[in-house]
Design a protein around this ligand. Structure first.
Ligand code: ADP
Ligand code: MG
Length: 343
């Protein structure tokens, strides 16, 4: 079936917190089409987050596991166009009959059913027939079913019969994995720091992440040069919100507060609570490492402490990093965050 593209597989759909429920439900549906409670399976999420990839993976895997089942993937636009063609030719019954013979029906982007009333009527008839016959329906949408304006309530209520699972923006680690998998598939290599730079800065959706990678590759071959951080920064100036910037003590303070969930004012006051003292010491340590400020200036940013306090804090952090591995990991992770923010 030309509508199913074999490049889309579960294998290369990287799992993360952002998509775990939807991906696992998709696998269940492919293993047992029509026989789980995930019927229909509705996958929703905004553009570029993997709805089509996941829906196609379900189709491909279902065909692999159940070669005798009829699997059809269709976009809602195509469904509507087909319906309208048949309608003009007085062949609506043929249209409905064709769809009623399918075992696993995947309709992508059902938000486009919006206002196509007659098509929705046909889809309603098809949905009911398939569902009653134990056939599987998989739908994708760019918003949760309850927010689908212009779609008949009787359809929306059926969408709620099964499972609705959302796709979110993958987190930083997952974005790194997605890039690395993509590069491996295409036989490409680039320095880890460039991968991290892309994953950190391109954080709206996966399609943009891939777009950034492609621009970078294109530029490197045009310039006949290796991909390095410098090239990445120049090529991605258009993609990236913040250009390379000087990191400030305030930025570091905010990052540490967020990381340890410590209120900003507590960090500056003279609180002696252990967690806060440690957060404060780490902040001073990072401020010394990542800014050009003097010890005196750093001290002043913490409610007017003097430079000997800063020296003492930095030494304490170094000592603790040698003896306490949990502590060291926290500091390293923060260091990485500050480094990335400074790029
Ligand atoms: P949508 O249909 O939601 O707009 P797509 O399915 O077209 O998004 O995904 C956009 C691109 O991102 C595709 O190239 C897809 O392969 C890729 N992609 C999305 N999520 C993942 C993921 N978790 N792992 C690997 N690639 C992904
Ligand atoms: Mg899509």
């Amino acid at each position: 079936d030309p509508q199913l593209n074999p490049i889309y597989t579960f294998e290369n759909f990287i799992e993360g917190d952002s998509n775990r429920v939807a991906r696992r439900a998709g696998k269940t549906v492919a293993e047992k089409p029509g026989a789980s409670s995930f019927n229909p399976l509705v996958i929703y999420g905004s553009v570029g987050l993997g709805k089509t990839h996941l829906a196609q993976s379900i189709g491909n895997d279902t065909k692999r596991l159940h070669p005798n089942k009829v699997v059809l993937y269709v976009s809602s636009e195509k469904f509507i166009n087909q319906f309208q063609d048949h309608s003009r030719n007085n062949a609506i019954n043929d249209f409905i009959h064709f769809y009623q013979l399918i075992d696993v029906l995947i309709i992508d982007d059902v938000q486009f059913f919006n206002r196509a009333e007659k098509s929705q009527d046909a889809f309603f008839a098809i949905f009911n027939h398939l569902h009653q016959s134990g056939k599987q329906l998989i739908l994708t949408s760019d918003k949760p079913p309850k927010d689908l304006e212009g779609v008949q309530e009787r359809l929306l209520s059926r969408f709620r019969w099964g499972l609705s699972a959302d796709l979110q923006v993958p987190d930083y680690e997952t974005r790194i994995e997605i890039l690395e998998r993509k590069m491996k598939n295409d036989g490409l290599e680039m320095p880890k720091e460039v991968v991290k730079y892309l994953a950190y800065n391109i954080n709206s959706n996966v399609r943009e992440l891939e777009g950034a990678l492609i621009s970078l590759l294109a530029q490197s071959s045009l310039n006949k040069r290796e991909i390095d951080l410098d090239l990445a920064k120049r090529v991605l100036r258009n993609f990236v919100k913040t250009s390379s910037k000087e990191i400030t003590i305030e930025t570091i303070q905010k990052m540490v507060c967020e990381y340890f969930d410590v209120p900003y004012d507590k960090l500056l006051q003279k609180t002696r609570k252990r967690e806060i003292v440690q957060a404060r010491q780490i902040t001073m340590y990072l401020a010394k490492a990542f800014t050009k400020n003097s010890l005196k200036t750093i001290g002043e940013h913490f409610g007017g402490r003097d430079h000997t306090t800063v020296i003492h804090s930095c030494q304490t952090v170094k000592d603790l990093m040698d003896t306490d591995s949990t502590f060291r990991e926290s500091v390293m992770e923060l260091q990485q965050k500050v480094q990335l923010a400074a790029m």
